[in-house]
Design a protein around this ligand. Structure first.
Ligand code: 4AD
Length: 454
């Protein structure tokens, strides 16, 4: 059969169509029911029912709509050889149909193939495909209903963060992500050759934000950060999106309140914008109750000891004050408690060099981690060392060369002030809100140890 053997013509007597997106149809179905429309998208699913009837689930990036093709519309060469994921344009009128998933369907009066797909598409991925095959074919996986919905919601969540900050008067900045300093310790730095000099991919934009508070006041950035993480857990990536903020002239209590405000306001904005969509993934989603439970690091050590959460599970070794609480026990504790926790006052020895020691207990820091059930730590923050001498001592303690940090130190020379801030991992936040298990699933193309493609 040749391509145009069954060609059929667009009827010039039909009303001029409204070229629109599927989202426009669901935004105002009553008006759209009166109109003839033209949609463009991809064949998400295609089913012939006998010779004269076919159902096409159309996906256009804004939604899904069932299109019904009858008679000669499904008897053409293009219809008979149509494969899933082909791109098409469809013209027709909308009608209500209780049998369609969305309650609406498009009765097509014309359609055309924009570009074909091939039967290979059915072999690329199956229900049995293992996670590695799925990740190798992530470019196809993201076309799926659930994955595309997650990408859409991640975009909305990012928008809510920006709206939160702009509403609260913050300025967005764009610090460089190729740097020659470290912020969170040398063990997770990615090194690269920068025109013959050593450089690193940034671990955090915090220090640059700190230098900008005398220029713009409260500020934030949403940029990738990089960690050469050896551990491959469901919450660790080598490249993640870091939402960071810095605020001058605040105290520790102000910092904790700003963090609570951020988490609650962003979830509330998201539910206002797309509550129904979010609930499809996470029916139990809710804005957390404020104030969040506050626990000191010392409380957490005591909690683990009292609740048989061990440092060494096999040999039943308890945590001692001064031990780092790794991911697993931290998650066990958070999941048992079952609500957001502001975990504060970590020992100096466990935290980054720049954290402000507590006035009354200088071996502790004004630091905070936010722990959420199901995910664990999503935010790390602190008050920053703001006195020159103290910072110089911290460089010496950590054996860091102050020369590379002159621009950071200068802030303590020229009009220092108490200040603080935090960083939030966007992927972990998305996992929490959308009840997704693995950070990989909320990334377009995740980067973690062992994966660099696609
Ligand atoms: O606790 P972290 O390491 O803090 C900082 O980088 C600070 N300099 C931030 C600041 O104060 N401006 O990282 C902050 C958050 C973590 O709580 C986590 O959500 C996320 O960044 N994060 C990661 N997310 C995914 N994969 C990784 N490997 C991550 N490392 C940190």
């Amino acid at each position: 059969m040749k391509r145009d053997e069954y060609a059929f013509a667009l009827d010039p007597n039909l009303p001029k169509p409204l070229v629109c997106k599927i989202r426009d149809i669901f935004a105002d179905p009553d008006t759209m029911l009166q109109r003839r429309v033209c949609l463009a998208g991809w064949v998400h699913h295609w089913r012939m029912d006998g010779k004269r009837l076919a159902f096409m689930d159309l996906r256009d990036g804004t939604g899904f709509l069932q299109c019904v093709l009858t008679n000669e519309l499904c008897m053409t060469y293009d219809a008979l050889t149509l494969c899933r994921e082909a791109s098409v344009r469809v013209w027709g009128s909308l009608q209500r149909d209780a049998r369609a998933k969305s309650g609406l369907e498009l009765q097509a009066d014309y359609w055309e193939l924009v570009a074909p797909s091939t039967p290979e598409i059915e072999m690329a991925l199956t229900h049995e495909s293992n996670p590695d095959i799925l990740l190798n074919h992530r470019h196809l996986v993201i076309r799926g209903r659930q994955s595309s919905m997650i990408l859409r919601l991640r975009s909305l969540i990012t928008q809510c963060f920006r709206e939160h900050y702009f509403d609260r008067g913050y300025v967005e900045l764009a610090p460089p992500t190729i740097v020659n300093t470290m912020c969170e310790g040398g063990s997770t730095l990615f090194k690269l050759d920068y025109f013959g000099s050593d450089a690193y991919l940034t671990q955090s934009s915090q220090m640059y934000l700190e230098t900008a508070i005398p220029a713009v006041g409260d500020c934030f950035c949403i940029l990738p950060s990089y960690r050469a993480e050896k551990s491959s857990t469901r919450r660790h990536l080598a490249e993640f999106h870091h939402i960071e903020a810095e605020m001058p002239f605040i105290n520790f209590e102000n910092l904790l309140n700003a963090i609570e405000d951020l988490v609650c306001d962003v979830i509330s904005r998201l539910l206002d914008k797309a509550g129904d969509l979010v609930r499809e993934l996470n029916p139990a989603v809710a804005v957390p109750q404020r104030p969040f439970r506050r626990m000191t690091y010392a409380d957490a050590i005591a909690y683990c000891r009292e609740h048989d959460i061990y440092k060494d599970e096999e040999n039943k070794v308890h945590f001692e004050f001064g031990d780092d609480i790794p991911e697993r026990p931290e998650r066990l504790m958070t999941d048992q408690i079952g609500e957001p926790i502001l975990l504060t006052h970590f020992p100096v020895s466990l935290k980054a060099f720049y954290m402000q020691p507590c006035v009354d207990q200088p071996d502790l820091t004004e630091s905070v981690d936010v722990l959420l059930p199901g995910v664990g730590e999503i935010i790390g923050g602190s008050m920053r060392m703001w006195r020159y001498e103290e910072l110089m001592q911290a460089y010496a303690r950590e054996m860091m060369d102050p020369q590379s940090y002159y621009w950071y130190t200068d802030q303590r020379k020229f009009g220092s002030c108490p200040h603080g801030g935090y960083g939030l991992g966007l992927e972990r936040f998305c996992c929490y809100v959308l009840d997704v298990k693995h950070v990989r699933e909320v990334c377009l193309y995740p980067r973690y140890r062992g994966r660099l493609s696609p």
